[in-house]
Ligand binder design. Structure first.
Ligand SMILES: Nc1nc2c(ncn2[C@@H]2O[C@H](COP(=O)(O)OP(=O)(O)OP(=O)(O)O)[C@@H](O)[C@H]2O)c(=O)[nH]1
Ligand SMILES: [Mg+2]
Length: 200
């Protein structure tokens, strides 16, 4: 649920990058951070183990766009991919306004993608969020690997609600900004629908 600060005329939206371990969620945020102009660079916070696995979450605040007089701020989060950290994954998902599900295109990660989608569904329910209503973009990452799962197959098993999907190679930035634009536009339209009367 977006936070509206009437005094500062700000709307703060939360976008969560969800998905299996090592699918490239943190890499997405690192690329976005690297592309921010110097005068817009805020702090990216990453809480990782020495093995570079996300331990708690990554957090990147962004200023983008306006609705009327209100500045729209996005807060990008990643969850730790390892299901071992499920309570953290649930906590990070709390209050999300939109989700990017980062799937790993490698055949060896096929089951992991599916398990993670089920786990997202469960954690949405536990947070009283509806998978039918929340904006979701699917990102099929690692399209540069050799043992590729075809896009049709990924859509068949993961695309539960006819969501938009983007193929990406997060290490080189391919598809990363497109994914961010797509989800932020979806979040913006859903927020406009819900809050336009309040922020006029
Ligand atoms: N070949 C290839 N490797 C990638 C791509 N995106 C990310 N990686 C690599 O995959 C590994 C895991 O990436 P992360 O971004 O840390 O993955 P994560 O989803 O944040 O992982 P957790 O924090 O453990 O959930 C790193 O070594 C990345 O460099 C990609 O598009 N192609
Ligand atoms: Mg990570």
């Amino acid at each position: 649920m977006a936070l509206i600060n009437y005094a500062k005329k700000e709307i703060i939206c939360k976008i969560v990058y969800y998905g299996p371990g090592r699918s490239g969620k943190t890499t997405n945020l690192q690329y976005i951070y690297s592309r921010l102009p110097d005068n817009r660079k805020t702090n990216m916070i990453s809480l990782a183990t020495e093995m570079d696995r996300t331990l708690f979450f990554d957090f990147l605040p962004l200023d983008l766009g306006k609705i009327g007089q209100y500045t729209i701020k996005y807060q990008l989060y990643t969850v730790p991919g390892q299901v071992y950290y499920d309570s953290t994954r649930k906590l990070v998902l709390q209050g999300a306004d939109g989700i990017v599900f980062v799937a790993d295109s490698q055949h060896s990660r096929f089951e992991d993608n599916m398990e993670n989608m089920e786990n997202m569904n469960e954690n949405l329910k536990k947070n009283n969020l509806s998978i039918e209503e929340i904006p979701v973009v699917l990102q099929f990452n690692k399209r540069d690997v050799i043992d590729l799962i075809p896009v049709e197959e990924l859509n068949r098993v993961l695309n539960l609600r006819n969501w938009d999907y983007i193929e990406s190679i997060a290490i080189s930035g391919k598809g990363v900004i497109e994914t961010l634009k797509l989800i932020s536009n979806k979040v913006l339209s859903s927020i406009k629908g819900k809050y336009s009367k309040k922020v006029r």
